[in-house]
Design a protein around this ligand. Structure first.
Ligand SMILES: *Cc1c(COP(=O)(O)O)cnc(C)c1O
Length: 243
């Protein structure tokens, strides 16, 4: 049995190897289903950014751990009636999948906090079961979202199709990198002062090296750090019902 510290070190090394001489890649530790104590154990090893999928579970941990300098990222499906909790409690939301959610997050972001960093979620393999924008609509959405006052549009996020070949994963990740470039070109035409989007949130335990080779700047890693998750009673990564 490996320890948390050994697994964490192994993941950090994999990221270093895959990203050598390329972009800077940050590690988002995905702590869904993990206890506040487990989060704290990893934080004590030096990890600062943690990703959570379920809003209430996340808010409980955020309250437990508010004495600690942890950066919280929301990476789960976000229903509009939960957007206020996301706007108030997180530094980042990676899973903005509708313009309506972006507007609510901007409206609900407390004035005393810095702008909420967001990524637009892309349904990169056009799967019926996944939420997210389609590639051909997201450029216009990015223009509109970039004008919202209390958000900082940072980039794109995707969860490619599971159980595909490395070649197919590569194609999906490369489409994401191309899309980021297209959006940046469009935004700079709209407003030359707009800060370019710098974030590609893609790659999980099983495909992090492939994602990094294609330009990922944030990898979201759960299992490879914490070990296999207990089976969750809640459905993960399903489409929203309040469209
Ligand atoms: C659970 C989850 C992850 C982490 O997946 P692992 O395979 O455990 O590394 C990453 N991103 C999202 C959106 C997730 O829901």
């Amino acid at each position: 049995m490996s320890t948390l510290s050994e697994r964490y070190q192994w993941v950090c090394e994999q990221i270093d190897v895959a990203s050598a001489n390329r972009q800077h890649v940050s590690l988002l530790a995905v702590s869904k289903t993990r206890s506040s104590d487990e989060v704290l154990d990893l934080h004590r090893l030096g990890q600062v950014a943690f990703g959570e999928n379920y809003i209430q579970e996340a808010v409980d941990k955020i309250n437990d751990l508010k004495e600690h300098n942890i950066e919280w990222h929301f990476i789960g499906p976000l229903q509009s009636n939960k957007s206020r909790l996301a706007a108030e409690n997180f530094a980042w939301v990676h899973t903005v999948d509708r313009l309506k959610i972006a507007k609510r997050l901007s409206d609900q972001r407390p004035a005393e906090q810095p702008p909420l960093n967001i990524c637009l979620q892309i349904n990169i393999d056009q799967e019926d079961s996944k939420s997210g924008f389609l590639a051909d609509e997201v450029v216009q959405v990015a223009v509109e979202v970039s004008r919202l006052p209390n958000l900082s549009l940072r980039g794109l996020m995707a969860i490619p199709k599971a159980d595909t070949t490395e070649a197919e994963q590569t194609r999906s990740f490369q489409k994401m990198a191309d899309l980021l470039q297209t959006i940046n070109q469009t935004l700079s035409q709209e407003n030359p002062d707009h800060r370019p989007l710098d974030t590609l949130s893609m790659g999980m335990s099983s495909d992090m090296a492939t994602a990094i080779h294609c330009g990922a700047t944030v990898v979201r890693i759960g299992t490879a750090i914490f070990g296999p998750r207990p089976v969750s009673p809640r459905p993960a990564e399903t489409k929203q019902d309040d469209h």
